[in-house]
Design a protein around this ligand. Structure first.
Ligand SMILES: Nc1ncnc2c1ncn2[C@@H]1O[C@H](COP(=O)(O)OP(=O)(O)O)[C@@H](O)[C@H]1O
Ligand SMILES: [Mg+2]
Ligand SMILES: [Zn+2]
Length: 464
């Protein structure tokens, strides 16, 4: 059986979801016949880079294109779909990293296309090419023959030298929004003759974290077990997830310090064969929502602690022991603090600085105070937060469209790397400080040093 994500590869630009800017860009370019010789497609996996590369290859070589879309029916379109078209060459740089392949490509660019109008070279994950191979590629990009187009795809633009980026048109693929993924799943399930409830659609789209390919794989996994009708309880159990009630229970046992019930929950959990990481991840998601809606700051700390638990669980051999040690010790701690999960009372632990900068929630507005966040980081004695404080203290930043962007000048390579290393901790702090902000993006102006800075580097920075 062909996997769903292959079966439902977008056949027209109009079927490509969540990337309207990409469709518009190519619609215009094709209309004006302004085709560039090199494109870089960058963005997370499963968001449509390879699909778009093939679409472009098809429409450029199609015998009977329909506006900016290929006909999908002529010999050329069909051959490209089957991967047998001589003028469209795909190379996966993750497995062919070397100079030989690139030399071969370079030599072959000199020959005219055999069947189509353009020779299209699609190089996937091209940031993995060796240095030599990169240089050879660069040479080719310097003087590309008229009939040649390179489409270079990468999930990791940071690893691509500026010299290549500056020779290509850069096209950014974005994570796909949940509601767009839901639409895709609805279309596919209808075509597969499967009914699926809204709750399952929402569960799957959340898990996919912006990737259409992952969404289709998860859906396929569920479909295999459910025949023609998918319900949310089946979806949860097949995907190893927990229902809302259990997540709520887990959190409230933690906060109320109910160790007995936590241990009972733990044995049920391990008996069911599900992963504790999933429970913790779902709890973190729920807590985030809670923090946002109820302005219950005391929960930020719990999120951070749960995040730590998951890090440790990932590498541990005896998950049950690690899970139980952590959750019981958390529970004992919270018992003493007497925090309330269900609280409209702004939490007990929030001190005066934290009060008063969460006003009414509204999705559009982004507000927050960078200095207050810094102050919070500085007041927390963990190494991570202090590191973040020093890394962020004198940086310029921008808040818009739900995102906090922090700019690191060229001489701040170490600060940038510290920030990237502790990004998930930073996110937790940002979420607790800024209203309407759900994303953090560090941006660096220079070339990144490959290695993480040594402790000596860091301390010389910190105390300079
Ligand atoms: N933007 C999108 N719209 C619709 N389907 C998509 C999209 N992105 C990915 N897919 C689905 O995921 C599969 C893999 O996508 P692909 O283009 O190979 O992603 P990438 O190259 O970015 O990793 C496609 O065949 C398609 O089923
Ligand atoms: Mg791809
Ligand atoms: Zn065609």
């Amino acid at each position: 059986m062909v996997s769903l994500y292959r079966k439902y590869r977008s056949k027209t630009f109009d079927e490509l979801i969540g990337q309207d800017h990409v469709r518009r860009y190519f619609a215009n370019a094709l209309d004006r016949k302004e085709i560039s010789h090199a494109y870089i497609f960058t963005g997370p996996r499963g968001t449509g880079k390879t699909s778009t590369a093939r679409l472009l290859a098809k429409v450029l070589n199609c015998c009977d294109p329909d506006g900016y879309n290929p006909c999908n029916n002529c010999d050329n379109c069909r051959a490209i779909d089957e991967g047998s078209f001589m003028d469209v060459i795909e190379l996966d740089a993750a497995s062919n990293r070397g100079i030989d392949e690139i030399r071969e490509i370079r030599d072959s660019t000199n020959y005219r296309p055999v069947h189509g109008k353009y020779k299209v070279y699609i190089i996937d994950e091209f940031h993995m090419l060796t240095k030599e191979a990169f240089n050879a590629l660069l040479k080719t990009l310097e003087e590309p023959p008229e009939h040649v187009i390179f489409i270079l795809a990468t999930t990791n633009l940071e690893k691509v030298p500026q010299t290549i980026i500056s020779r290509a048109q850069l096209i950014n693929f974005k994570n796909i929004r949940e509601k767009d993924i839901v639409m895709l799943l609805k279309r596919v399930s209808a075509q597969e003759g499967v009914t699926i409830d809204e709750k399952s659609l929402s569960i799957i789209s959340k898990r996919a974290k912006g990737g259409a390919r992952d969404a289709l794989s998860l859906f396929e996994q569920v479909m295999k077990f459910c025949s023609k009708e998918v319900t949310s309880s089946e979806t949860l159990s097949i995907l190893g997830l927990f229902d809302d009630n259990m997540v709520e229970e887990f959190i409230s046992f933690l906060i109320s310090g109910d160790v007995d019930n936590l241990l009972k929950l733990s044995s049920d959990l391990f008996e069911s064969g599900k992963e504790p990481e999933a429970l913790i991840e779902q709890s973190i998601e729920k807590l985030f929502i809670k923090i946002k809606n109820d302005k219950n700051y005391a929960l930020v700390k719990l999120v951070r602690e749960l995040n730590e638990v998951n890090k440790d669980l990932k590498y541990s051999e005896n998950k049950k022991a690690v899970f139980e040690i952590y959750v019981t010790s958390l529970a004992y701690g919270y018992k003493k603090l007497d925090i309330h999960y269900e609280s409209n009372v702004i939490s007990q632990v929030v001190n005066s600085i934290e009060e008063g900068f969460f006003t009414e929630d509204s999705e559009q507005v982004c507000e927050g105070d960078y200095h207050i966040m810094l102050q919070k980081l500085a007041n927390d004695s963990s190494k991570m937060n202090l590191g973040l404080f020093f890394a962020l203290r004198d940086k310029s930043y921008d808040i818009s469209e739900g995102r906090l962007t922090i700019f690191f000048p060229e001489e701040s390579s170490i600060e940038y790397q510290i920030t990237k290393k502790y990004l998930s901790e930073l996110k937790i702090n940002v979420l607790g400080t800024f209203k309407g902000v759900s994303e953090v993006k560090p941006v660096f102006a220079g070339d990144v040093k490959k290695d993480f800075p040594s402790n000596q580097d860091i301390s010389s920075k910190l105390f300079s």
